[in-house]
Write a protein that binds this ligand. Sequence first.
Ligand SMILES: [Zn+2]
Length: 243
Amino acid sequence: MRFALVNNERCEAEPKLKGLCPYCHAPVIAKCGAQKINHWAHKSLNDCDKWWENETNWHLAWKDKFPKEYQEIVMNNDITKEKHIADVHLPNGLTIEFQHSSITPQERLSREKFYKDMVWVVDGTRRKRDFSKFLKGRTTLISHQPGVINIYKFYCSEEIITNDWSSSTVPVVFDFLGMPKQGDLVDTRRLPLYCFLPQKVQGQACFFEITRETFIYNTVNNGWQIFTKRQMDILEEAAKFVK
Ligand SMILES: [Zn+2]
């Protein structure tokens, strides 16, 4: 995690600093090495949030694109007494969860139910062949017009993306860029994010492209819900004319 409690204040990891986990209050150790972005680590995750996963640099770097005060927010449900650490939770009510590891449909759904207004950001580089399959599986559903962004329909016989994520009830954003090393040649098609919508057309998943900057700006500045709603409306309208 990026933040631990040190004398009751949220602090980033620094060498030799000792802290407590804001969720389970177990001691956590500051990890400040060359390999990984500075972070805090539990000695054991046994008593911590069962949804918490050991974080990759991808995970830590994504969170850090958002204002510090919105990262790693402990959220409570007063009725069920359930509590979890949201990766990013914004004052407008939106939660953003970054997912590197595979996740079962049951666990995915329970998180969607808990956070309600949320968006997933998925590490699309975890499995090497997913990106090429993704490129093969898409067709343009609505082409570009002024003020309207491209929406694609996604066909894929091997169901790489649809397998884990197609039944999602919230938007799912795929990041196929990952964490390229300096000097790596990057396929420019990996630069945008690809946001899958919960709505389907003829049973097929649909998505639109969005720049990283627009995604971050919209989520932080209240625009995300309106933005995705508009894409869904366009999609539903277009679906009427798809044979
Ligand atoms: Zn903990």
